[in-house]
Design a protein. Sequence first.
Length: 70
Amino acid sequence: MVLFDSYQGLDTGELSTLKTYEEFDNAVKAQIAHIVKLSAIGTVISQRVHRECSTKTADVAAGGRLYGTG
């Protein structure tokens, strides 16, 4: 997958180079595992950034945020 002019997925080769279903299956499983890992990392980062809001139990408009967005 290309995102912002960089590849985010694993290099599992071109689809046309996969000769057997097993090679295809392994490539798909590797891509899915990689995407799940990236998603989990993003979730943890997001939770840490927003932790202060939930511990203060205040709405963003009521001072529940720690960092401004601009």
